[in-house]
Design a protein around this ligand. Structure first.
Ligand code: NDP
Length: 453
């Protein structure tokens, strides 16, 4: 009989925590899991899932107007925000229940409450203290909003999903995934949308050509891009509108100002300092290759370790940890070739190196590039264009990066990522028969490099 209440106590029932808890419980491990906010974490409640639902919503108006070219006309469109918001909330509640059932049915002891680490092998939830042989911290991250005058008027991705009224005019600040995705959502739903970014171009870290192309396409959809500027202050007028003052003195009125300026690990008040868990400068929990912190009985996975802030990465980390602690061992998570999509409009899908990084690593680089108007838009009247890029190391023919901006890029790049993971060469792509007529077939029919280094 173990001297501990639990073999594993998981703090945080988000993507990484739930996956680790369920998998461990299925192996016969006695698991306790505590969640203070919502089951499913950021992804299910204020991230990936409701965001994607809103992205779908935001594409209908454009689809209706494009339908005319195909002979279908509608009597104009009317968007009712409360319907979308409340239907979304119902769906999220359904998912919360599914998460609850998954955890309970797998044998985990689920506690609704805030857990604080009170010792290397003890956790406090409310007025109860539990001992655990191991503790896993999977508490995720939290939106970072800079402290400017009027910051109390700013909303983040935590609030945006449940606004009382839908804004007529919005300013979205930031140049990362969330800012670009939400600018597209707001614009698609008919809001006068301004995207403000401090740099010369958004999406730092993405392929330069992809960034430039996306900027053109996003602007075509009506998003007003304001680069190289920042907001100095925000003031609320008596009519509820927000007066935004930029650092160059220009002003703008808006109904909402949303900041999407990064997310930081949510480590405060968890008791980590009390037990001496080492943190990095940005507050992330430092872990070794086995996700073990400086205190050997305490582990951490997901956004709180700030390696790659993506749900599938947190899942992979949680599973690798459980396999190595309770299973037959696990190879370390491979952080190379992680595919990713930005659900901008159009989508970005990417796997592997950017052209800029690829040239540094593989000096003999061939760049295959294709840009076109998709077949659908020959009748729809849309000016949207698609970009595809394939980067090939000429020395061994290996494909080292693939990028796409266009409809369903996320769906397409997922399959291409499998090919890259399997070590596909350009010859493999060339030998693959295309599926006609699709946009994706372009990836297997690019014959001549557009440029070679
Ligand atoms: P990102 O880290 O992607 O981007 C943050 C942006 O905010 C950058 O453009 C950054 O500018 C800017 N910024 C940072 N600080 C300031 C500041 N003080 N003033 C003005 N601008 C600032 O963060 P997000 O919030 O967009 O998203 C967080 C993470 O969530 C992402 O990194 C991603 O991993 C994940 N995510 C993934 C999604 C997906 O897979 N589709 C969707 C949404 C989120 P600069 O470039 O100059 O540093």
């Amino acid at each position: 009989m173990s001297k501990f209440d639990f073999d594993l106590f998981v703090i945080g029932a988000g993507s990484g925590g739930v996956r680790a808890a369920r998998m461990a419980a299925a192996m016969g491990v006695r698991v306790g899991i505590a969640e203070e906010r919502y089951l499913g974490g950021t992804c299910v409640n204020v991230g990936c899932v409701p965001k994607k639902l809103y992205v779908y919503a935001s594409q209908y108006a454009e689809s209706f107007s494009e339908a005319a070219g195909f002979g279908l006309t509608t009597q104009g469109t009317n968007f009712d925000w409360p319907t979308l918001r409340d239907n979304k909330t119902k769906e999220i509640s359904r998912l919360n229940e599914i998460y609850r059932n998954l955890l309970v049915n797998s044998g985990c002891t689920l506690m609704d409450g805030r857990a604080v680490i009170s010792g290397p092998q003890s956790v406090q939830v409310g007025d109860k203290t539990f001992s655990a042989e191991r503790i896993l911290v999977a508490v995720g991250g939290w939106p970072f909003v800079p402290d400017i005058p009027g910051a109390e008027h700013i909303i983040s991705s935590n609030e945006v999903f449940d606004l009382e009224t839908f804004p007529k005019r919005v300013i979205v600040v930031g140049g990362g995934y969330i800012a670009i995705e939400f600018a597209g959502i707001f614009a698609g739903l008919g809001c006068d949308t301004h995207l403000v970014h401090r740099g010369a171009l958004f999406l730092k870290g993405f392929d330069q050509e992809v960034r430039e192309f996306t900027a053109q396409e996003v602007a075509k959809k009506g998003v007003k891009l304001r680069f190289n500027t920042e907001i100095a202050s925000i003031e609320k007028h008596s009519d509820g509108r927000l007066k935004v003052v930029f650092i160059d003195g220009q002003t703008e009125l808006a109904d909402q100002v949303m900041y999407a300026t990064g997310r930081v690990p949510k480590t405060e008040g968890l008791g980590l300092e009390t037990v001496g868990v080492a943190l990095a400068n940005n507050g992330a929990i430092s872990v070794n290759e086995q996700y073990q912190t400086s205190i050997p009985s305490i582990y951490a996975v997901g956004d709180v370790i700030d390696r790659v802030q993506l749900t599938p990465v947190a899942l992979a980390e949680g599973m690798a940890l459980v396999r190595s602690l309770y299973g037959k061992g696990s190879p370390p998570v491979d952080y190379e070739l992680i595919p990713t999509a930005v659900f901008s409009q159009p989508n970005i899908g990417t796997v592997g190196l950017t052209e800029e990084d690829a040239i540094k690593r593989y000096p003999q680089l061939d760049v295959y590039r294709s840009e076109f108007r998709s077949m659908k838009h020959t009748l729809s009247g849309s000016e949207e264009r698609t970009l595809m890029k394939l980067l090939v190391d000429r020395s061994n023919d290996k494909v080292v990066g693939v990028h796409m901006v266009g409809a369903d890029a996320g769906e397409i790049i997922q399959g291409i990522a499998v090919a890259l993971k399997a070590g596909a060469t350009k010859a493999t792509f060339d030998a693959t028969i295309g599926i006609h007529p699709t946009a994706a077939e372009e990836f297997v029919t690019m014959r001549e490099p557009s440029r070679s280094y």
